[in-house]
Design a protein around this ligand. Structure first.
Ligand code: PGA
Length: 254
């Protein structure tokens, strides 16, 4: 069965002192996550230090973005090999904030996905529709277009070591999560797209839900058959809250 994954996306938050306090609050008690896997994704500059702090604990480290190119004259960018070098095992690609604020299109996101895998990082591919797209009945069209761009470049084989994250843009940072039924519907759609090419691969693929996940709604979301964990933004910045979300994942049957 699929092992649930709870990933904390810290976005552009934190400082060395705040990170230490957050981890302390999170790690203080018993590992809360049962069989579920836990991952934190801090800003680039904190990765190295956190890799050392997390080594003793069963918490994985991921980055929030990666350059599509492997090396060279790309001022300001960070390569997949560098992420690997400092201890990352995961990287988020195609987060809606990257798409909306930094102009990343489906093709660039697909190249980042492939660049990550070349260095044996597990990409967490984010897809999701805006409120406008949902209200005009285009949710399926948008998320499948975003997924198809990656399928085209990476092939279905690319999803053997990858994670998908459904993050409706209207739910991110708004406090208004998708209902468990809304999430399940889109997750099932995404899994079916992969299953059409490779049913075994689809059955093993983890699909996370993201968008205002908190302790109060995590158990209900994680209980849905196609929801295999969460990508948690705001609530992962509170150690106790994040622990409770991981606890909700730990209690699910996997
Ligand atoms: P949120 O963010 O949990 O604060 O809504 C989720 C994300 O953007 O990954």
């Amino acid at each position: 069965m699929r092992r649930l994954l709870v990933a904390g996306n810290w976005k552009m938050h934190g400082s060395r002192a705040e990170n230490a306090a957050l981890l302390d609050a999170f790690l203080r008690a018993e590992p809360p996550a049962g069989d579920a896997e836990v991952l934190v994704c801090p800003p680039f500059v904190y990765l190295h230090e956190l890799a050392r702090q997390l080594r003793e604990n069963d918490v994985a480290l991921g980055a929030q973005d990666v350059c599509a190119e492997p090396v060279g004259a790309h001022t300001g960018e960070v390569s997949a090999a560098m992420l690997r070098d400092v201890g990352c095992t995961y990287v988020i690609v195609g987060h809606s904030e990257r798409r909306a604020l930094y102009g990343e299109d489906d093709q660039l996101v697909a190249r980042k996905f492939v660049a990550a895998q070349r260095e044996r990082l597990v990409p967490i591919l984010c897809v999701g529709e805006t409120l406008d797209e949902r209200e005009s009945g285009r949710t399926a069209e948008v998320v499948l277009r975003q997924l198809d761009a990656v399928l085209e470049l990476a092939g279905v084989e690319g999803f053997r070591d990858a994670v998908l994250a459904y993050e409706p843009v209207w739910a991110i940072g708004t406090g208004k999560n998708a209902t468990s039924a809304q999430a399940q519907e889109v997750h099932a759609l995404l899994r079916a797209r992969i299953a059409a090419k490779d049913a075994n691969m689809a059955a093993c693929l983890r699909i996370l839900y993201g968008g205002s996940v908190k302790a109060a709604n995590a158990a209900e979301l994680f209980a849905m058959p196609d929801v295999d964990g969460g990508l948690v933004g705001g609530a992962s910045l509170n150690g106790e809250e994040f622990r409770r979300i991981c606890g909700a994942a730990g209690k699910q049957e996997t």
